[in-house]
Design a protein around this ligand. Structure first.
Ligand SMILES: NC(=O)c1ccc[n+]([C@@H]2O[C@H](COP(=O)([O-])OP(=O)(O)OC[C@H]3O[C@@H](n4cnc5c(N)ncnc54)[C@H](O)[C@@H]3O)[C@@H](O)[C@H]2O)c1
Length: 241
């Protein structure tokens, strides 16, 4: 069963982990897995970032270059623009941008591009996780059918989950390892295996009932943060009058 196979690979630190998109979210995440001893591959469309990362230099403030060098020298991390390496990954985590369009709806083109690459190189036995902020339903309505087009069946051949990135870049108190990770799978097996994976690098993992709940959770958090900052601005204006 794909669940048991992946659980063993993760527990034995033999799972090879691929991260698509090495920005503020993807780079800290992949380095954290590499520092824990997992073999990792970072997929990027920006050749310049690939070059500097493979030279041991970080472009993200929260990730010291020293850590990039350490995992690169230990053969636990390399970056690439060659997406055919996705086929060798047991876990694939998508961390691509989802900016808002002028019309305020999310630009899904980056998730779709990542999904196309996954579909192209998919094989039996992979766990795919989406971390990009998006609307509830993206994981099971958009990504699941794309992977199924490769002739694979959920639970029998692959697992699929959503886990929102909740990082606050530049905040020295809360970083990848000590921010509670919310995980929701498209099905129980996916939730279980994705939660096991994140427990390797994060102190507290909170499993929820579905990918949609995890997607909605992130939107609630962003809405809360936005309204708090709006109220803070209003209060500051009032207090300085
Ligand atoms: N930065 C944050 O504070 C933060 C916090 C929580 C959630 N998020 C969410 O996480 C997601 C990623 O955000 P980010 O801040 O890391 O973005 P980012 O722009 O810093 O990094 C994204 C990276 O993905 C690369 N990329 C784009 N398309 C690609 C593709 N098809 N294949 C491979 N790489 C590709 C880009 O070149 C870039 O390096 C977004 O959905 C964002 O909303 C961000």
């Amino acid at each position: 069963m794909v669940k048991e196979e992946l659980k063993k690979l993760i527990a034995d630190k033999n799972a090879r982990i691929g991260v698509i998109g090495l920005g503020y979210v993807g780079l800290p995440l992949i380095v954290e897995f590499a520092l824990k001893g997992y073999e990792t591959v970072g997929f990027e469309v920006d050749e310049k970032k690939v070059g500097t990362l493979n030279a041991g230099e970080s472009h993200i403030v929260d990730v010291p270059s020293e850590n990039v060098r350490k995992v690169f020298d230990a053969n636990k991390f390399h970056a690439t623009t060659d997406f055919s390496e996705l086929n060798g990954c047991d876990v694939i985590i998508i961390c691509v941008p989802t900016p808002l369009r002028k019309t305020k709806d999310p630009d899904m083109s980056y998730i779709l591009a990542a999904g196309e690459q996954i579909k192209k190189y998919a094989r039996r036995g992979q766990l795919v996780i989406l971390e990009s902020t998006t609307y509830p339903g993206t994981t099971d309505e958009v990504l699941q059918p794309m992977i199924e087009e490769a002739g694979l069946k959920l639970d029998e051949d692959f697992l699929l989950a959503f886990s929102p990135e909740r990082v606050d870049p530049g905040n020295p108190q809360f970083q990848t390892h000590n921010i509670t990770k919310v995980v929701g799978g498209v099905g129980k097996d996916s939730t279980e295996v994705a939660a096991q994976l994140y427990a390797e690098i994060v102190g507290d993992v909170h499993a929820v009932s579905s990918a949609r709940v995890a997607e909605a959770c992130k939107l609630w958090e962003n809405t809360f943060r936005a309204s708090i900052s709006e109220w803070r601005t209003k209060w500051q204006r009032f207090a300085t009058r």
